[in-house]
Structures are given as C-alpha cells and as structure tokens.
Design a protein around this ligand. Structure first.
Ligand SMILES: [Zn+2]
Length: 421
C-alpha cells in the first residue's frame, strides 16, 4: 500500500478521538470529539488536494473528478467502548499482525482506506470520468441524523457504496421494522417484562407475575424468584430469531395452560408462526417475525415485534397477516427493504474488484440488517469484513488484521480505478 506509514499515523490520530455521541455544542451536533475528528479528516483531505465540504458538523464531504457521481459513505462515530479491553480502546495498538482500537474496523479504517485509495488515483494522474463524493458521517451509530441533514443540503449521488459491512458486495437488505401489538391482558397476568432487552434481540431473560402452579413451573422449566416467574432463553440478533430461544415463549405457554388453553392463538401466532410469515420471501431471504419485548401499558398487553420485510416485497403485503394476529397494532419503526440489481455494471465492477484481488468467484450477497449504503438509491455495502473474519465490531478488542487491511485497500483501489474509466 502506498503511503502506508501516513495511513497508520492518520488512523492512530483518528482512533484517539473518542467519537462516541457527545453533548451538542456549536457546529458540533454530535459532540466535540466528532467535530474534531471531522475537522482533522477534512483538513488532511485538503492537504491531499481534494475539495472538501463541512456540512455544519453533521457530516463531511471530500470530492474528486468530474462526470457521473459515485458516492462512498462511511462514518467516524463509534459505539461506546464498553468493558473487557486488553488494550486502551482509544490508542491504536498493533500487535501480532492485528490492529486494535475502537473504530479500527467500524468504520474508521475502511473509510480512511477509501480516502487513501482516492489519493492514489489522484496522484496517478488518471483523469477520472466520474465524480467521487466521499462522505464522512458522524451519526451512523445513533439514528443517522447526519444523512438526514445531508439530504436537506445537497442531492446525493444515485450510485454508491459503503465500506461498512461485508465483502464481497451486499446488494439486498431486508427492511427492519418494529410493530407493537395491543392485546387484552390475559386473565391471571399482572406484570410482564423482558429484562434489559433493546428490542432488536431475542430476549434471553423474561418474567411474569401470575399465580404459581408448581407442576406447570416445572413443566415449562421456569424459576420462581420472589413474586416473579422467570424464564431463561438464548439471545440472538433480532434478524436471526431461529438462532435464539425466546424467553417469552414458555411464559405464555404457562399462562395458556393456567387459562385452560384460551391463549392457544396467541402462543401460535407469536411463537409458532401460525400465519406462516416466515414463508414469504425470495432468493434474497425470507421475512422474520420476532416478539422481543412485552409489557403492560394502559390496560393492554403490548407485544413488540422485530419484523423484517424481505427485499422486493412490501410491508403492506403483510398487513392482512398482522390483522389475523391482532387488528390493534402500530408500526413504531419502519424502513423499506433495499435492492440493487446484482447484474448492473456498477455492482459487477465492485464484485470483480473483489474477485480479482482475492482470486475468487464470489457472487453478491443479501443481508438481514440495514447498512449505510441505503442512503444511495443504488447503494451497496462493500467490505470491509471478509468471510470468516471476526473483527469484534461493537465489542471489546475491536480489531482488523493487517493482512486484511492491506487486501481491503487493494480491493477499494481497484474498484476506484475501474470506476474511474
Ligand atoms: Zn459502522
């Protein structure tokens, strides 16, 4: 990699900005550390000879070339470091062939690799027939207010990629939504909760308050703790409910038996896929329906579901099924699924860049989450995580191997050079 020493120094400086969401101040809507990291990055890009725009501290842009626009979007903000690190999370540490630090993989290195690849393109004296617009977001981890603001300030390129997920290329994303179902409170239930769950994960711990029936407690493997009946399951990402064991299910089965089978429909609809929701989908994936939260609220039992619409389908197609479950429901979060033609020249150019560097023949893939690529109409996620690597994203000891960092650089560079033609 050209300029590797400068890259490492720049990355080290960037990791030292603790870019977790901070208190808002002037021109720093996401905190002073995010503002400083963006100022630092844009001034470096200016030194490289690029045009830069600072959108009032929400997001930054670096651009180069003339012609059809290609967007590249990543982010400088990070999630809090949490506990359990073997090194200082805000000091770039290189040992045994690995780089460690919060943001090393998500997403400071990848977006910086793209900047350095763009510099190499510029220094090569090739005149691109495209305009590359590289965006440095500051609020990817906390609600995407950076891109919301950006859209009020400029028209975004139609095509683009985001180096903020997996290689080779993600061409289809499910649309994650949250649906609250309002049911009448079953007899015998006085309280219910999933403990410490954020709503996007299968709950591994939940309790109800209800009359105690020792035989049923044993049958459903529940525990009595004070006035609560507790259930333990296995957590999993809300987009992959089949990998978990929902702690709410045995609690409802218990209640159902306590109520003489009156909750059969509830149990079957929420926990046994009675509406066959998971059978709707296509080659990009199938719908998922995961009841991750439950609470008593204003005289209702509210069950909150993480629902994911497969690409090429519309959530409206599922409304009759939701109605069969319970007509009183509310969409509290919604995002459309996302699909880019995997046979388009743009996607082919990116996949080819990956395959030619890796000497492989992989095809574009789909995913169940939502990536930053969503901001472009024809946006795809493109790296930096390789198949089988575990970069500990959002975890302690976040890392990236030097080998993969250098490979990712070659892939981004090839993609930019090929797109420039
Ligand atoms: Zn990210």
């Amino acid at each position: 990699m050209k300029n590797y020493q400068l890259f490492i120094k720049t990355l080290s400086d960037l990791i030292a900005f603790k870019t977790v969401q901070g208190a808002k101040s002037e021109n720093a809507p996401f905190g002073i550390e995010n503002k400083n990291a963006l100022d630092y990055t844009l001034s470096l890009a200016k030194e490289f000879g690029f045009e830069t725009i600072n959108y009032n501290g929400y997001i930054g842009e670096v651009s180069f070339g003339n012609g059809e626009e290609i967007g590249i979007i990543g982010h400088l903000d990070v999630v809090p470091e949490g506990e359990g690190w073997d090194t200082d999370p805000y000091t770039l540490t290189i040992k045994d062939g690995y780089l460690y630090g919060r943001g090393v993989s998500d997403d400071k290195s990848p977006i910086l690799l793209c900047l350095f690849a763009l510099k190499e393109l510029k220094d090569s004296n090739i005149v691109p027939n495209k305009k590359f617009r590289l965006f440095f977001g500051l609020n990817e981890e906390n609600g995407w207010k950076d891109v919301d603001y950006l859209k009020t300030q400029t028209t975004l390129p139609k095509k683009g990629f985001s180096p903020d997920a997996d290689f080779p290329v993600i061409y289809a994303e499910k649309g994650p939504s949250r649906i609250d179902f309002y049911l009448s409170i079953p007899k015998n239930l006085t309280d219910i909760s999933t403990i410490g769950n954020a709503g996007n994960a299968v709950p591994n711990h939940a309790y109800i308050k209800a009359p105690i029936d020792k035989t049923l407690i044993e049958k459903y493997n529940l525990k009595i703790k004070g006035d609560k009946i507790e259930s333990f399951g296995k957590s999993a990402h809300g987009s992959k409910p089949h990998l978990g064991k929902n702690a709410l299910k045995p609690l409802f089965e218990y209640l159902n038996e306590l109520n003489g089978g009156k909750l059969n429909d509830l149990v079957d609809n929420f926990f046994n896929d009675a509406q066959k929701i998971s059978q709707y989908g296509n080659e990009t994936g199938y719908a998922t329906f995961s009841p991750n939260l439950a609470r008593i609220e204003n005289g209702y039992l509210v069950i909150s579901v993480d629902f994911r619409t497969p690409a090429k389908l519309k959530i409206e197609q599922f409304y009759p099924l939701f109605n069969n479950i319970c007509s009183n429901y509310k969409l509290t979060r919604f995002r459309k699924p996302h699909f880019v033609d995997p046979n388009s020249n743009f996607v082919k150019t990116l996949v080819n860049a990956y395959n030619s560097i890796m000497n492989s023949e992989l095809k574009p893939v789909s995913c169940s989450g939502a990536t930053f690529a969503y901001v472009f109409e024809m946006g795809v996620a493109f790296g930096p995580e390789f198949i089988g690597s575990d970069n500990k994203i959002h975890e302690p000891n976040e890392c990236m191997s030097e080998k993969e960092l250098l490979l990712a650089y070659e892939i981004y560079k090839k993609a930019l050079f090929d797109l420039a033609k």
